[in-house]
Ligand binder design. Structure first.
Ligand SMILES: [Zn+2]
Length: 198
């Protein structure tokens, strides 16, 4: 027997989230049905809030609150060192490394010809413009150590070097194919420290 329509519809929404299969989606939907009205209202309000109040930082491209642009990281850090990452989640991971005092540049993707994603589809132009401003001394490529992450890092290094900036790549402390997002603080700290010029 299938769930009644309103529950099936909600489950269908949950199943659009990453890692949520049909069964889990249904379990979430039933849980919402059993919530108090106040809890359900809070849940809906939180979803609305991220859509209304989250924006991209005009400098680094990370998520920020609409009325706080540039973001908190860009507002108070050394703009001479820029760490380039694939996604906002990677900034969170790298921020666990407490001795990093630079800023970030979030690409929102990697170059992936197989998925039809070229250099113009991610925030490379913005990075080139930023480096062209003259304040940046070093760009650390911290894309994931997988095929796309490597290709993207080297593509960007080739573009930036003529601008006279030092371009480095985080060390392979993070094993090939694994994500920055899941690396622990010690591993990330060492990967940053042992970065090499490319
Ligand atoms: Zn920012």
């Amino acid at each position: 027997m299938n769930a009644i329509e309103p529950i099936a519809k909600l489950a269908n929404q949950f199943s659009r989230l990453p890692g949520v299969g049909g069964k889990t989606a249904l379990r979430y939907a039933y849980r919402v049905v059993e919530m108090s009205d106040a809890d359900a209202e809070d849940f809906v309000a939180a979803v609305r809030d991220v859509k209304e109040n989250v924006a991209y930082c005009g400098v680094c491209g990370n998520f920020t609150e609409k009325d706080r642009n540039p973001c908190a990281i860009c507002a108070g850090r050394d703009h001479g060192i820029v760490c380039v990452v694939k996604e906002p989640k990677d900034v969170l991971a790298l921020e666990k490394v407490r001795d990093y005092g630079g800023v970030y540049h979030v690409l929102h993707g990697t170059i992936s010809p197989l998925d039809g994603r070229g250099p113009d589809d991610i925030r490379i132009k913005e990075l080139v413009r930023r480096v062209g401003g003259g304040e940046v001394r070093e760009v650390i490529m911290a894309t994931n150590p997988d095929v796309e992450g490597e290709a993207t890092a080297f593509y960007i290094a080739r573009l930036l070097k003529p601008l006279g900036v030092k371009v480095t790549r985080i060390a392979q402390g993070i094993s090939m194919g694994s994500d920055i997002e899941y690396a622990d603080e010690v591993t990330l700290s060492r990967a940053l420290e042992d970065r090499r010029e490319i």
